[in-house]
Design a protein around this ligand. Structure first.
Ligand code: PLP
Length: 341
């Protein structure tokens, strides 16, 4: 298979259309058989549920070329499970897990020429999504849906090394205590845009959101979970029912315990105790871990001892171990690596 003529090391995180995308239609209570299409446009009625009431959920995962030349995805079963939970919360039909995994296989295989080669640092980003498509004007769930998967090659997240970022404690809330923070719904991102644009204008890279009920506990950023390392080398991740359960974060906690022999726990983390942490990182599919060097709480600076030059030592070990597993350099736990071809 000849690869497309793309400068893999220098593409960013943007939309580059590939040759094929997947679509399945839900109508009269059932999903059709689904198919690949070359058409990147969607024609919708002006009153479609997604346009009027934001009935849409999504997922994000990547296809990698491993050291020995296979094309693989990382724990796609967990993306299928999470999409199911997201769909149920927004009263949408579930796209079956086995079909989800098969559709990811199909669309990645069809776009093999866009899967970046091993060692380029680039990957093929996979975006499954679902939305209500028929006209809805009184507020209620749609009757018809589309499940789609688009793919786009994305460049290395860190060009020339991972530089720690500076984040601010946001004055906005990301999720209500019994709301939709735990599902991957477009609506959570729409309402985060003002907060992130504000943070960027003030010179920060990201927002740290606190729990909206008490504003004393760490939740997450707009699109990544927190991971902290204590001064005695323990990995700690915040526990909350309004955090999106990151697959990367759950995998890193496993890696910390089973590969690195570290203690790791998921528990409530107060903002007050962040000042005592040794390292901090943001976990998600896009970057795996992005190191945080400084957290600013209304003018008060919390400088992580790991500094602004490089990842902290434990964060770095976690990053290298998990990316090693994803790229096939380190043996994976059973079921983590899904070989497409
Ligand atoms: C997608 C997402 C994450 C990261 O989840 P991964 O499964 O690791 O990619 C974290 N927080 C939010 C709000 C997200 O939407």
């Amino acid at each position: 298979m000849e690869k497309k003529n793309i400068d893999w090391g220098n593409i960013g995180f943007g939309y580059i259309p590939t040759d094929y995308r997947y679509v399945s239609y839900f109508k009269n209570g059932a999903w059709d058989e689904g198919q690949l299409t070359t058409d990147s446009n969607i024609v919708l009625n002006e009153c479609a549920g997604v346009l009027q009431y934001a009935q849409t959920v999504f997922e994000g995962l990547k296809a990698y070329t491993t050291e020995d030349g296979h094309i693989v995805t990382f724990r796609p079963d967990l993306n299928a499970d999470r999409l199911e939970q997201s769909a149920q919360r927004l009263e949408m039909p579930v796209f079956p897990k086995d079909r989800f995994i098969e559709a990811v296989n199909q669309v990645v295989a069809a776009n093999e020429a866009f899967v970046p080669p091993y060692g380029s640092g680039a990957t093929l980003y996979i975006r499954p999504y679902m939305f209500g498509s028929n006209p809805v004007i009184g507020v209620k769930p749609a009757d018809e849906y589309q499940f789609r998967i688009l793919t786009t090659p994305v460049g290395p997240y860190f060009k020339g090394g991972a530089k720690p970022i500076t984040i601010k404690v946001s004055d906005f809330d990301r999720a209500a205590p019994h709301g939709t923070g735990h599902i991957k719904a477009g609506l959570n991102y729409a309402m985060s845009l003002h907060a992130i644009v504000t943070a960027h204008k003030e010179g920060f890279d990201e927002n740290m959101y606190l729990d909206p009920a008490t504003r004393t506990k760490v939740e997450e950023t707009g699109g990544a979970n927190f991971l902290f390392v204590t001064k005695d080398g323990k990995v700690v991740t915040p526990k909350s029912t309004s955090i999106l359960p990151s697959i990367t974060r759950r995998s890193l906690v496993y890696v910390a315990k089973e590969y690195l022999g570290l203690e790791a726990e998921e528990r409530e983390v107060t903002l007050a105790e962040v000042a005592d942490m040794a390292e901090c990182g943001l976990c998600g599919t896009a970057a795996v871990i992005s190191p945080v060097g400084k957290i600013v709480d209304h003018g008060k600076e919390i400088c992580l001892p790991s500094g602004m030059q490089e990842m902290g030592p434990i964060t770095k070990k976690l990053y290298e171990t998990l990316t090693g597993i994803q790229m096939g350099r380190i043996e994976a736990p059973k079921g983590w690596i899904h070989v497409i071809k």
